[in-house]
Design a protein around this ligand. Structure first.
Ligand code: CAA
Length: 417
């Protein structure tokens, strides 16, 4: 979609992403077990929202015209729904503002951003977008049932108790069988994610070092015997709690905050596509919905994949990152292995992807992810990424957020101010 008015990312904030394997995360084997609690969904939502308001000079929120919350299944993991009204309590100036929650599985954050972009096109000057999810309230196995609501539950839940890992194991099996992609290529994508996360203090897996020599030993935990060989724990994104928030502004909105376009990152265009939820993907070897969203975003922005210098793509599993390289045009169909072997998507490469660790290492608090991606590209463009900052601040960036097995996709294109 071409935007009706120029729109800018003014700034934002993340709450620290947390879950099992994070040193601060309290679980039954943690020394603080019984002494303190992990942050709640409300705390992640409020921390991110307040951080974004403070970082952009929007302070108590009274300048915000509209706000949107991206969240997938808050009511299942925490009992809490009605998150638009919850957010109204994050800052005094947000009370009585028009705020709503938006749901689109793991693309909820991307969709919340789309709503804000449309609102700015329709006349709003300042929008707050917050994504948040809490998933550590239950075991990973129970959580897998809740997350299976992002698939066609009636027909796909039974593929495995870990429904989504199994759906992507199925893709990995087909891609490995029908292209030259190998498990060693997937290892390189995973090792990149963890190496980047090791440089990012906000990453869920910041403290976890992966040993290249032991990748093959990572547990193959699926119960489905046909799919079990094709997915390891190391291939998976994390069960994370977290929140991310951004403030979007029109040119008038920037003025209200005392800022100019040079202070911000311009969001040039977005693409949004949805494919029927029921049934197998149209093409098991491609992310066709994400590709459609990317095509629309590029055409509207007037840029192409060759212009992109940094990207955040949806790596819910290592195979998803690989297929995303092709969906957004960084590689041709079947050509992702080549760019992986060249190191093109690593921090020192031609198109660094998921520089803070992606969903596999930075973490995947589902509803937050699409918002987090936009903030990460913004931070790279502004030189705010600390140890994982790219040496040259990228001029053009892309985000690709996906829900279900590639059934809802949101792609954005950003340009440095
Ligand atoms: N050997 C064999 N099996 C083992 C094992 C070992 N050493 N260790 C564990 N397992 C098995 C066990 O069966 C265990 O389950 P139970 O304890 O219930 O029997 C299972 O693996 C999981 O083990 P843990 O609970 O100890 O693992 P964990 O808490 O560290 O979680 C994970 C690991 C299961 C991979 C978890 O991180 C996970 O589920 N990740 C994926 C999250 C996900 O699917 N997110 C959504 C992505 S899809 C998307 O983005 C689109 C959308 O719209 C949803």
């Amino acid at each position: 979609m071409k935007l009706a008015r120029r729109t800018f990312v003014v700034g934002g904030a993340h709450s620290p992403f947390i879950g099992k394997h994070h040193p601060d995360f309290v679980w039954k084997k943690h020394p603080d077990f019984g002494k303190r609690e992990n942050p709640t969904l409300q705390e992640h939502l409020f921390t991110a929202a307040r951080g974004a308001l403070e970082a952009t000079g929007a302070d108590d929120g009274s300048a915000i015209d509209k706000a949107y919350v991206g969240n997938h299944v808050g009511e299942l993991f925490t009992g809490q729904a009605h998150l638009g009204a919850l957010l109204a309590g994050a800052a005094p100036g947000l009370a009585l503002k028009p705020i709503m929650r938006v749901e689109g599985a793991c693309a909820s954050g991307g969709l919340a951003t789309v709503c804000a972009l449309d609102a700015i096109g329709a006349g709003a000057d300042l929008c707050l977008v917050v994504g948040a999810e809490m998933q550590t309230t239950v075991s990973a196995r129970q959580g897998a049932e809740y997350l299976a609501s992002a698939a066609h539950f009636a027909t796909q839940r039974a593929i495995d108790e870990f429904t989504f890992p199994a759906l992507f194991a199925r893709r990995a099996a087909r891609v490995k069988a029908e292209t030259d992609l190998t498990e060693a290529d997937l290892d390189r994508v995973i090792l990149k994610a963890y190496a980047n996360g090791n440089k990012n203090p906000l990453a869920h897996m910041h403290a976890v070092k992966l040993d290249p020599a032991t990748m093959a030993d990572s547990p193959r935990f699926l119960g489905n015997p046909e799919l079990q060989p094709h997915l390891r724990m190391a291939d998976c994104s994390q069960v994370s709690d977290g929140g991310s928030a951004i403030v979007l502004a029109s040119e008038e909105g920037l003025k209200k905050l005392g800022k100019s376009p040079a202070d911000a990152v311009e969001l040039l265009a977005y693409g949004h596509a949805a494919a029927p939820l029921e049934g197998d993907p149209a093409d098991m070897l491609a992310m066709s919905t994400s590709a459609a969203a990317a095509k629309s975003a590029y055409e509207s922005a007037g840029v192409g994949p060759e212009d992109v210098r940094v990207a955040e793509v949806h790596d819910c599993f290592s195979i998803a990152e690989v297929l995303m390289y092709e969906a957004v045009g960084f590689a041709e169909r079947g050509g992702a292995a080549k760019i992986i072997r060249e190191g093109a998507t690593e921090l020192g490469g031609r198109i660094p992807v998921n520089t803070g660790g992606g969903l596999m290492s930075f973490g995947h608090p589902v509803g937050a992810t699409g918002v987090k991606q936009i903030l990460e590209v913004t931070r790279q463009m502004r030189g705010e990424c600390g140890d994982y900052q790219l040496p040259e601040r990228p001029a053009v960036g892309l985000t690709a957020n996906m829900g279900g097995d590639d059934r809802t996709a949101v792609v954005t294109i950003l340009r440095r101010g």
